[in-house]
Design a protein around this ligand. Structure first.
Ligand SMILES: Cc1ncc(C[n+]2csc(CCOP(=O)(O)OP(=O)(O)O)c2C)c(N)n1
Ligand SMILES: [Mg+2]
Length: 587
């Protein structure tokens, strides 16, 4: 007779789960055994910290579109999962989290590791159950998989330690619980928009004279349709960070990123448009959208709850991006006046020249854009790019050009530090053979540093560029810009990451000078297996939005005198692109 754990793992195999990320503990011994005896059909990837397991499950789901699964023991194992699970919740990735609990008759007795994880996970999960026995598991395992996929969120199953090993006892099954009534299948419908809304959207877009498009992750598989819409509407496309791979960065219709990490032409398109078409994005920074009343907004999203989330919407098209855009495009007239697009294209040419200045600086200390750009330029055509959270995200967003066939991923809405390494490892497991490039900060990388040994153990040849500024730098700039406070508490004690990589059995390289960038990167990227390249960069190059709002400028001025090493920051403010960003408001 199968045990509860056998039923769980057989169900996952039936649901096409091929990998589980986790770390054992005595609260999940039964489940580990069920995995051990099925190693030929399902892979257990052992992590060094359960948070990474949850990030990997979230990332695996994002990279593949399949269910991501993570496993942790009772008590601390379960609580360690939480940050990665919130990443899945906020970016809507389908993830199943499995945890152990105390012996079923010791729960709530203040015994060791006695945490009711179903209560703890009640906020993060769309489906959340403690499994009572084997017959119950037949229902729960399948329903949990379906719930995560259908609701694109986290499902959680917690199983008391002794229940995992219990064999199915048909005699104990309740009369109404018929065996085998639960199908291991999920059916997804094609979401089509309302026809009247489509006509209304087309009418608005056809009458507008300056249309801008904001494209996000939801548009990833609608590249052609999006290009066609932009062509018909003569509309520049700004890309939210999670939509970076929607179109190549040098594509003539895109103005690149938007927001704090974005470009000036994207911001100008938002400021000057009279209609905005949002495709598969709920980019969270409302202040970068058109001002209320300025533009008529059309939004395409597969999730009706999200339509109108960031801007009042005139026509809401609930549907999948590709099919909805196709229906919309049929109703659009090609705009004769192309000047709004042409203006954005001219702006982009200027912006890219500005970035080029920063990317080719030969000044010491090494400027971060120089190494980010050189790293990105070396990504092969099918590479996957990952970033972490911080100024390193800005470097990946602004200074790495994504090209056709490449992919990009990051903890987007949660914007959690320490996502980079697990995201990269998950990409390597999802797509063996594809080159994996990660740009991370020294703060975020240190948080889960031990996970690099997971890449070594499973021989996942990730190439990790660590932006070593010995600072939690994004926060330093935010303290100054947002509140006018001097930087405080952001300095980091240096770590030799190249040596750490070697200590874990990988390879480590260091770049300290601009004239070393080419040679060291070429050698490091030609080195097989997992590699860390630490680039010791100038910590005093500010990270700014493309156009500093007047209050940010004032705050910055106020904060500078008492900020340690402010002279070095002041020096860099004379350089591009910070100089132009600082003065963009007056231009
Ligand atoms: C888990 C977590 N803690 C804190 C933050 C706030 N935060 C955002 S960026 C950042 C600095 C990150 O430092 P580092 O990884 O060195 O990147 P840098 O900005 O220096 O490139 C911090 C502390 C966060 N996003 N996530
Ligand atoms: Mg840093």
């Amino acid at each position: 007779m199968p045990t509860t754990a056998d039923i769980l793992i057989e169900t996952l195999i039936a649901w096409d789960v091929d990998v589980i990320f986790g770390l054992p503990g005595d609260g999940i011994n039964g489940i580990m055994e069920a995995l051990r005896i099925r190693q030929d059909r399902i892979r257990f990837v052992q992590v060094r910290h359960e948070e990474s397991a949850a990030f990997m499950a979230s990332a695996y789901a994002k990279w593949t579109g399949k269910l991501g699964v993570c496993l942790a023991t009772s008590g601390p194992g379960g609580t360690h999962l939480l940050t990665g699970l919130y990443d899945a919740k906020l970016d809507q990735a389908p993830v199943l989290a499995i945890t152990g609990m105390q012996f079923h008759d010791l729960i709530e007795t203040f015994t060791q590791q006695d945490i009711d994880l179903t209560r703890v996970f009640s906020d993060v999960a769309v489906f959340n159950a403690q499994v009572a026995d084997a017959a119950h598991m037949e229902n729960m395992a399948s329903l949990a998989c379906r719930s995560a996929l259908a609701k694109r969120g986290v499902a959680h199953l917690s199983v008391a330690n002794d229940v995992q090993e219990q064999s199915m006892d048909e005699g104990k099954r309740s009369k109404r619980n018929e065996p085998h009534h639960e199908p291991n299948r999920w059916f997804e419908g094609r979401r089509l928009p309302d026809l009247a809304e489509l006509d209304k959207a087309a009418e608005i877009l056809n009458s507008a004279s300056r249309v801008a498009i904001l494209a996000g992750r939801g548009a990833i598989n609608a590249r052609e349709e999006l290009e066609q819409a932009a062509e018909l509407l003569a509309a520049p496309i700004a890309k939210a960070l999670l939509g970076k791979a929607v179109l190549p960065d040098d594509h003539s219709y895109t103005t690149g990123g938007i927001g704090m990490l974005g470009t000036l032409p994207s911001q100008q398109a938002m400021e000057q448009c009279d209609a905005l078409l949002i495709v598969g994005s709920t980019f969270p920074y409302v202040e970068y959208y058109p001002k209320p009343g300025q533009a008529l907004v059309i939004q395409i999203d597969r999730d009706d709850q999200r339509i109108g989330l960031r801007a009042p919407v005139e026509a809401g098209l609930v549907g999948d991006a590709g099919v909805t855009l196709r229906l919309l495009n049929e109703r659009l007239n090609r705009k004769q006046n192309r000047s709004f697009l042409e203006q954005a294209q001219a702006g982009m040419q200027h912006w890219r020249e500005l970035m080029h200045t920063a990317q080719t600086s030969i000044a010491m200390p090494l400027k971060p854009p120089v190494v980010a750009k050189a790293f990105g330029d070396r990504m092969p055509p099918d590479a996957i790019l990952v970033s972490d959270s911080g100024q390193n995200t800005e470097l990946a967003a602004r200074h790495v050009d994504i090209r056709d066939g490449q992919a990009f991923g990051v903890s987007g809405t949660l914007a959690s530090m320490a996502c980079g390494l697990p995201y990269a490892i998950a990409a390597g497991l999802a797509f063996p053979g594809r080159p994996i490039f990660a740009i991370v900060g020294d703060g975020g990388f240190a948080m889960q540093l031990g996970e690099f040994s997971t890449a070594v153990r499973y021989n996942i040849p990730i190439k990790v560029l660590v932006i070593k500024n010995n600072m939690l730098n994004q926060i330093a700039w935010e303290q100054m810009m947002f509140l006018g406070n001097p930087q405080f508490g952001c300095e980091l004690h240096p770590i030799d990451f190249a040596m750490a990589a070697e200590a874990m059995g990988g390879r480590g390289f260091t770049i300290t000078r601009p004239d070393e960038v080419t040679a060291v990167l070429d050698t490091a990227l030609a080195t097989p297996g997992p590699v860390v390249i630490e680039a010791l960069v100038d910590a005093y190059v500010p990270m700014m939005p493309p156009k500093m709002p007047p209050d940010y400028v004032e705050n910055f001025k106020k904060a500078l005198p008492e900020t340690p090493s402010h002279e070095k920051i002041e020096e860099n403010l004379q350089e591009e692109p910070t100089h132009s960003m600082l003065h963009a408001e007056q231009q």
